[in-house]
Structures are given as structure tokens and as C-alpha cells.
Design a protein around this ligand. Structure first.
Ligand code: ADP
Ligand code: MG
Ligand code: MG
Length: 924
């Protein structure tokens, strides 16, 4: 014979670990009871009963459930010495829902169940307090009516207001026992009219109706929507439990109270009791905001003994759960009861602090301390945030392109930004339609960047992220008018000098300056990240192009630079003309001349990077982008030339000259470069300007490519124009030699981009060997260096075995690799079809944000294995944007990579993610 199913568990017998069966609230009520905390007696009807009930064709409770409930109610009567439905000494209970995961949309709690005309009188006699009795009664009728019988709240509220008005009562507490009596009578009528049946007066019948209502709420629309929205699967939570709990009363006078507490401050993590309470109040009054609650610190003054007991409760909860708890309590006439506990939700700073402090207290291990903190959440701690108390409504929304918040005056071009920001020290937000490489000095001077066009990979977004500055990109609601130095958004305009605020973490734009809260790299965060480094297998390096980037990366704990992009260095204002000179050079000699000018500049760049990072490695990628990116725009050149031809005609007549000058300063002609204006007096010089622009245009046209990203770039460029790579290699090695001479321990690494065959590597390696010998001879020192390659094209993966013969390290460029694996161009994909693909579940994620482990990742794994087959100690890492993404980092750990490299501000996130990955893989 099979045992009858056990559906119902007393708080003394339920398994506190089995949230799936008992729900979160129920399991914890059991657990608290069993460790000796003062929980009012009660029992849990299991989630299995819920599922079985929902399967019953006739909507009756499964056989056995009510029998077991009867048994448990009898037990409650014995424990409390009261009787359910007993008019002389009535037992009242609450009926509360609770599934394995907390879920708004589940049924609200019913308090004071068991009241009817008879038990009410008993309750009044027992307490000698008729006001209390009627107050409990009217609450019960309303809650039961609303929750279990579906009577709309407004019907009750209406009656309530009528009586309140008659009684001239301002607040609920001003109502007398008689008023409350009248209210309950009216409420009973409301229920009867709405349901067509009298209010159920039999307590056991009330209980059965309430239990069924809780179970039904599991399939209610609100709950179902919530589960869909947050992808809560049946494995995570299936069915709700019902908790039946003896009522205790916080509204029994001034020696009673109710409140909620946090065992530690959830805003800061400080180890102090935190929370609020109300004297003489019941249940949800605290959260409902009817009266203003007092901070828990007051309790020790108002009720010292209760304050002490609450402190004790807090310690017991924490030492048992070993986690910060969020709990509910009630004091009935000087006796403290705990009614609920669960793990506290906290912000990142509080999580970090409590992790470190609980480890020190011996509550948790270092591994547990690390695992408690979500890596991504650390971003909250590393960027300025808008002061949550000072937010107003945003005027526009763009893409959250680079996290952090900034406020400052709007400025519409890079030069003004530099003037006002750098020279005058003002806080500046650079506002552009979109940005270009030549705006870079404006970025340096600005606190934040706002563009009205472009996506998350636009120039503005990429550069801002690299610098760790906030950026909102593609805020299409804003129309920027550079000539008038203003922008329109909605009905308003803001001009140069007007204050605006951007929040790059969510893409919002505000008019006016909203105060921001600075990030702080707390000592607790440093400690936690040190533990992370000890636990992880992967090293974390940073992508950094400038000494400032490198310093930031060091501060955040990067163990070197995994990617320094030299093109950023070419874009600096004072260099761009030399770079252009080099590109347009007609002969190798001319080109060499320009390169000779660039060499000392690059050497200085590299030396500074080496100095900041010593003794850690600095990996420098040789020039990668197609060189026409450094040249002016073709259409712009065409327009300039047309203007110049007009100018040439006008300058021919000396008399017309003055007139021309006037004309030249109109906004229409503003786009003619200032350079050209100076030559206006002299027709010869105009001709010269025309010749120069014509040459440039010819060059631009000759360098034009249909598909620049698949065109003449990377190592291909280095092979067609060896002088460029040779200059860079020389600059790296000479900078290394200088550092060695200065007694520094440096590790320069030379990385070749876009490689697809060993022959390419061999070619570049031959430059390196030749120059290395020269440099060592010239400086009379040994200069250490490593030579390696980016792995970012499919063929490089397939030929990894052969590439490893030349390369001492592999660095996966997963952005290009992802484009190659999918044959998507990132810009087009993200702007055109990827969102649709994601929405329609053709692709789960954006593979440019979350590494495509199944496709690109598989190739990477093959490349790692093949590379190691040739060179077992080959150093392998990733330097794409994915390097800062926790899920991708976990994959890199599994795939056996040695390091990840990400933008400086992402380094802490990556360090923690690397630890999580190692711990997870150790556990497997
Ligand atoms: P929620 O999930 O909305 O917090 P609860 O079931 O915890 O719902 O109850 C709502 C309110 O009623 C809480 O303030 C709780 O403390 C209070 N409450 C629940 N059961 C009892 C009880 N048996 N005695 C006194 N107060 C109770
Ligand atoms: Mg509630
Ligand atoms: Mg609660």
C-alpha cells in the first residue's frame, strides 16, 4: 500500500532547504522555527498540492489536503490554547502565498482569517478592546473580499470614505470603535451585493476558499506574465505554496509594533541594523506609507528590551544564513515575533563591502565572497552616477554607448570644447551630429559626448569607451545646428553654454545640470579583487592607447596591455598632417622623410606606455586601418575644390576683391578652410591651393576601396608600404632600448594584424630581426621583445599550427573574427537586421556583444589546440570587446586561453568574472 501524499507540513517539520516544495517564504518559516526563533506557529501547504489542485477537473482540493489542514489546525489550537471559530477565545490566522522565487503578481496576504460576528465578540472580550476588534474585522472583510472573492477595492474604499466623512475623521486612527463597526457592516453588504452570497462566516470554509484562491493566483494573468517576462521556468519555480500562520498583533497598543529590518545597510553594506517600524500598527502599514515609520535605531530608545532582542534576532539570522537578511517582525505586547526572512537585495557597493566583512567574520569563505558579487554590477561602482535623489525627466534618449554620467555646458565643436574645457577648466559636454578622428582633442577636453547620429560602434562610442568617458550616441530626437551653436530637442532649444546632463549607462539626456555621485574604488573592492586574482586562472590585461589609458588600467589592476592601437596615436592633431604627408608621398624618399618625423613621436608614445606598465607586457599592434581613413573625405574635397574655383574667378578682378572678402564670411562659405582664405589676396596662391587639393583628391580616389574592411589594411599595408611598419618596429624597439638603458624591466610585444598566412608573418619578422640587430648594436644593450599575431580571420584559425612557428603569441581579435565567421558587417548588422534576428529568436544574442561560443568560439578552440601543438607554451589571449564580457570570459577560461584584454574601466569586471569562471570550472 502506498503512503498517502503528504501535502501539509508544520513549521516544525518542513525542510527549510526545500524551497521548491515549500516556497521561499514557507521554507524560511520552517527553518527559523527549527533554529529556535520566535515564529508564530503555523504550517505550509506545498507547491505540489497547488499543481495537483490546478489539475483537478472539478476545482476541488486534491483528496487529503483538507484532512491534513484540519489536523494542522488542531495542532495550532493545542499550541496556542485558542480555538478556530471558538467565540470565547478565537484563533486567527494569516493566509500567505509564496513560491520558490519571489514573484509580484501572486496573491496578496489575508490577515485575521477566522473572524465572524461570534469570534469578533470573543476577540473583543479577550482583549477588552472593541476598537481593535472592529479594526481587525473590517481589514479582514476587505482583504478576503478583494483577494479571495474578487470584490473591487474601490467599492470598499467608497464606503470607508463615507463613514470617515460622517465622523469628521482626518486619519484612519481618528475613527472610533463605532465608526469601524459601521464600516464592517457596510463592507459585509458590499460583499453580499457583489457576489450574490452572504460573506462566508464559517472559519474553516473561509480557510478553504482562501487556499484555493492562492492556488488559482498561480495561473493568474499577472503572475503568468511575470514568469514569461523574466524567463522563470518550471524548474525554477513551479506552483505556489500556502502559508497559514497564527496571527500576532502589532496593533495592540503602545507596547506593540510592526516593522521590517535589514541585517546590514543595503545602501552601503555597513554592518548596522537597518530598517523601519511603526508603533501600534499592523502588517503592511509600514510599506503602505500610511504613517511615516521610524528608523530602527529609535527602537532601542522607545523599547530598550525589544531593541536588544531585535539585535539578537539579527545576529541569529546572519550567523545561521550567512547572508544579509531582509526580515519582517511584529511586537505584540512586549513579545517579539519574526514573520519572514529572505536574502537581502543590495547595490554593488553594499554587496562588495558585506562580502569582505562577512569573510572576515568567518561567515563565508573567500570563494563564496567572490561568488556573491555579480561581475557586471561592479560597473555601478566605477563610473559616476546621477544622484538618485536629484533626477528629473529626460528630454531625449539615445544609445547607452559608454557608461557613466556627466553634466556640463553644451559645446558644439571640438575646438570650442578644448578652449572652454581645457583652457578655461569648464565642465563641457561635446555635442555633435557625429564625431570624426579630428575631433579627438574635443574628447580629451570634454566630460562627456553626445551625438545625434551613429550607433554603439560609431566613432564617438568607441573612442569614449576607450577613454572611459560617458557617451550617449544616436540621440535622434536632438537636431544639432553647428553653425548656430544650438540644438533642438522636442519643443526646446539649448545653446552653447547651456547646462545639460547625459547618462551613458541608460542613454538619457537631460536639460540642466543634475548632480552626479563620484565612483569610489573602495578598499573593500581592492581586497575582493585581490582575492579574485588569487582564484582565477586567466590574466586580465587592458586595451590602452595612451599613457592616461595605461595609468587607469594599472589603477584598476590590469597586468599589462594586451592591445595598444597605434592609429589613435596617428590621429593626434599635431601628427595628422605628417601622417597625411606620408600617405600622399609620391616617392619612397618623400615618404621616408615624413616617417622620419613620426619616428621620434612614436618612440616617445611607446616609451611612456612601457614606463607606466613596467614590468608588465605592452602589446603594440602595428598599423591596422586602411590608410585612406586618415585622409579628408572625398566629397568634402570635391566641394572645397568647387568653392576654390569660384574663388579663383573672383580674385581675378582686383576690384571685386573686397566684395569677395565680405562674401567669404557668410555661413554658406564657412566650410572653405581657413587656410584657403589666407591666400585669397593672391591669385597665385589660390591656384596653388587648387593644385594641392586636386592632388589630394586624386590620391583619395586612387586609395578608394569598395570594401575597406576587407581591403588594403593590416599586414597587407605593412607589406606594400614596408617603411611604415619598419618605422613602427624601430620606434618600439628603440623605446624598449631606452627603457632598458634606464634600468627598467620592460616587455615590448609586437603584434601583426589581419594575418592569414605564415608568409606574411615571415616577411614582417624579417624586418623585425634586421631592425632588432641594428638597435641592439646602436644602444649596446639586449632588448627583449616578443613577436606575435592577431588571429582575426578564418584562415588564420585554420592555419594556426603553421602561424605558431613564427608567432610567440596569439591574440584573438573577436570583433573581426565574428564578422568573418558570420559574413556580417557589424555596422550593417546592428543597424539593419540584428534586432529583428534577436526578437524573432533566430539569434539569441548580438554576437558582437556576447561571443558566439558555438561558432566563433569553436574556431578559437581549434586554433588554440593547433597553435599549442606546434608551440606548447604559446601565449594566447583575446583583445576584442568580448574580453570584458563575463560570459565570454567564462568561455575563454574553458577554452584554455591565458589572458583576456579589455578596456581599462572594464578591468575590475573582468577580474571578478575570471575568478567566477575559474571557480565554476573547478566545481565541475
Ligand atoms: P508579502 O509577501 O507581501 O510581504 P506577507 O505574507 O509577508 O506578504 O504579509 C504581508 C504583511 O502581513 C507583512 O507585513 C507581514 O508581516 C504581515 N503578516 C503576515 N502574516 C502575519 C501574521 N500571522 N501575524 C501578523 N502579521 C502578519
Ligand atoms: Mg504584499
Ligand atoms: Mg512579507
Amino acid at each position: 500500500m502506498t503512503e498517502p501524499t503528504k501535502w501539509v507540513f508544520a513549521f516544525e517539520e518542513g525542510d527549510g532547504k526545500d524551497k521548491k516544495l515549500l516556497g521561499g517564504k514557507g521554507a524560511n518559516l520552517c527553518e527559523m522555527t527549527q533554529i529556535g526563533l520566535n515564529v508564530p506557529p503555523g504550517f505550509v501547504i506545498s507547491t505540489e498540492a497547488c499543481l495537483a489542485y490546478l489539475d483537478m477537473p472539478d476545482r476541488s482540493l486534491p483528496p487529503g489536503v483538507m484532512d491534513q489542514v484540519h489536523e494542522q489546525m488542531a495542532a495550532l489550537e493545542r499550541k496556542t490554547g485558542k480555538g478556530f471559530g471558538d467565540p470565547d477565545n478565537p484563533l486567527l490566522v494569516s493566509v500567505r502565498s509564496g513560491s520558490a522565487m519571489s514573484m509580484p503578481g501572486m496573491m496578496d496576504t489575508i490577515l485575521n482569517l477566522g473572524l465572524n460576528e461570534d469570534t469578533l465578540q470573543g476577540e473583543i472580550k479577550a482583549t477588552g478592546d472593541s476598537r481593535f476588534g472592529y479594526d481587525s474585522y473590517r481589514r479582514f472583510i476587505q482583504l478576503f473580499g478583494k483577494v479571495a472573492l474578487g470584490v473591487p477595492d474601490e467599492l470598499f474604499d467608497r464606503e470607508f470614505e463615507v463613514v470617515k466623512e460622517h465622523a469628521h475623521a482626518k486619519q484612519d486612527v481618528d475613527l472610533s470603535a463605532n465608526d469601524l463597526k459601521e464600516i464592517s457592516e457596510r463592507f459585509l453588504k458590499v460583499v453580499e451585493e457583489h457576489t450574490g452570497k452572504p460573506f462566508p462566516s464559517d472559519p474553516m470554509q473561509q480557510l478553504e476558499i482562501a487556499v484555493k484562491a492562492v492556488f488559482n493566483s498561480w495561473m493568474g494573468k499577472r503572475a503568468v506574465d511575470y514568469r514569461n517576462q523574466f524567463h522563470i521556468t518550471p524548474e525554477m519555480a513551479n506552483g505556489t505554496a500556502v502559508n497559514v500562520c497564527t496571527m500576532v498583533f502589532g496593533n495592540r497598543g503602545d507596547d506593540s509594533a510592526t516593522g521590517v529590518g535589514f541585517t546590514r545597510n543595503p545602501g552601503t553594506g555597513e554592518n548596522e541594523l537597518y530598517g523601519e517600524y511603526l508603533i501600534n500598527a499592523q502588517g503592511e502599514d509600514v510599506v503602505a506609507g500610511i504613517r511615516t515609520p521610524k528608523p530602527l535605531a529609535r527602537l532601542s530608545v522607545e523599547m530598550p528590551e525589544m531593541g536588544r532582542q531585535l539585535g539578537e534576532l539579527r545576529d541569529k539570522l546572519e550567523s545561521h544564513y550567512r547572508e544579509v537578511q531582509d526580515f519582517e517582525f511584529t511586537i505584540e505586547r512586549g513579545v517579539l515575533y519574526c514573520l519572514q526572512t529572505r536574502n537581502g537585495k543590495m547595490n554593488a557597493a553594499a554587496m562588495v563591502r558585506t562580502s569582505v566583512e562577512m569573510e572576515k567574520q568567518g561567515y563565508i569563505t573567500k570563494d563564496q565572497a567572490l561568488q556573491r558579487v555579480e561581475p557586471i554590477s561592479l560597473e555601478q561602482m566605477l563610473f559616476p552616477r546621477l544622484d538618485p535623489n536629484a533626477k528629473t525627466a529626460p528630454v531625449a534618449e539615445g544609445l547607452p554607448a559608454s557608461p557613466g554620467a556627466a553634466a556640463g555646458i553644451a559645446v558644439f565643436d571640438a575646438d570650442r570644447a578644448e578652449q572652454l574645457g581645457k583652457d578655461l577648466g569648464q565642465d563641457v559636454i561635446l555635442v555633435r551630429e557625429e564625431t570624426k578622428p579630428e575631433d579627438i582633442h574635443g574628447f580629451f577636453a570634454a566630460k562627456g559626448i553626445l551625438t545625434s547620429r551613429g550607433g554603439k560602434t560609431s566613432h564617438a562610442a568607441v573612442v569614449a569607451r576607450g577613454m572611459g568617458k560617458p557617451c550617449v550616441a544616436g540621440a535622434e530626437g536632438i537636431s544639432v545646428d553647428v553653425t548656430r551653436r544650438e540644438a533642438m530637442v522636442g519643443g526646446t532649444t539649448f545653446k552653447e553654454g547651456d547646462l545639460i546632463t547625459i547618462d551613458g549607462s541608460n542613454g538619457y539626456v537631460y536639460i540642466g545640470a543634475i548632480p552626479t555621485v563620484d565612483p569610489e574604488f573602495t578598499t573593500e573592492l581592492s581586497t575582493l579583487l585581490e582575492w579574485a586574482d588569487e582564484a582565477s586562472r586567466l590574466e586580465v590585461l587592458a586595451n590602452a592607447d595612451t599613457p592616461d589609458d595605461a595609468r587607469l588600467a594599472r589603477k584598476y589592476g590590469a597586468n599589462g596591455i594586451g592591445l595598444a592601437r597605434t592609429e589613435r596615436m596617428f590621429n593626434a592633431v599635431e601628427r595628422l598632417p605628417i601622417v597625411i604627408e606620408m600617405i600622399v608621398a609620391e616617392t619612397p624618399e618623400q615618404r621616408q622623410e615624413a616617417l622620419n618625423e613620426l619616428l621620434p613621436l612614436q618612440r616617445k608614445d611607446f616609451r611612456e606606455l612601457f614606463e607606466v606598465m613596467a614590468p608588465h607586457p605592452v602589446t603594440i599592434r602595428l598599423l591596422d586601418p586602411p590608410i585612406h581613413e586618415f585622409l579628408p573625405d572625398e566629397h568634402q574635397l570635391e566641394r572645397d575644390l568647387a568653392d576654390l574655383h569660384v574663388l579663383a574667378q573672383t580674385t581675378r578682378g582686383m576690384t571685386a576683391l573686397a566684395g569677395t572678402m565680405g562674401l567669404l564670411h557668410t555661413p554658406e562659405n564657412e566650410r572653405i578652410a581657413f587656410d584657403d582664405l589666407r591666400h585669397v589676396m593672391d591669385p597665385m596662391m589660390v591656384e596653388e591651393a587648387i593644385a594641392k587639393k586636386t592632388t589630394m583628391l586624386r590620391k583619395v580616389r586612387s586609395l578608394h576601396e569598395t570594401n575597406p574592411m576587407l581591403g588594403h589594411r593590416g599586414v597587407r599595408l605593412g607589406i606594400s608600404f614596408p617603411e611604415i611598419y619598419k618605422m613602427q618596429i624601430r620606434a618600439i624597439l628603440e623605446a624598449g632600448a631606452e627603457c632598458v638603458a634606464a634600468g627598467m624591466d620592460v616587455q615590448p610585444q609586437i603584434k601583426v594584424p589581419q594575418v592569414c598566412t605564415k608568409q606574411e608573418l615571415l616577411r614582417v619578422k624579417s624586418y623585425v630581426d634586421e631592425i632588432h640587430a641594428e638597435v641592439e648594436a646602436a644602444y649596446g644593450r639586449k632588448v627583449p621583445f616578443k613577436f606575435g599575431t592577431m588571429i582575426e580571420v578564418v584562415r588564420a584559425c585554420m592555419r594556426a599550427e603553421s602561424l605558431a612557428e613564427e608567432a610567440e603569441f596569439f591574440s584573438f581579435g573577436t570583433n573581426d573574427l565574428t564578422q568573418a565567421v558570420f559574413s556580417f558587417s557589424r555596422e550593417d548588422a546592428e543597424n539593419k537586421f540584428l534586432p529583428l534576428y534577436n526578437r524573432s529568436h533566430i539569434l539569441q544574442d548580438n554576437p558582437f556583444e556576447v561571443l558566439d561560443v558555438k561558432g566563433a568560439g569553436k574556431l578559437m578552440k581549434l586554433a588554440v589546440d593547433w597553435g599549442r601543438a606546434t608551440r606548447p607554451d604559446i601565449h594566447v589571449g583575446i583583445c576584442g570587446e568580448h574580453g570584458g564580457h563575463p560570459a565570454s570570459i567564462s568561455f575563454c577560461d574553458e577554452a584554455g586561453l591565458d589572458y583576456v584584454s579589455c578596456s581599462g574601466p572594464r578591468v575590475p569586471v573582468a577580474r571578478l568574472a575570471a575568478a567566477h569562471a575559474a571557480l565554476a570550472h573547478k566545481a565541475e
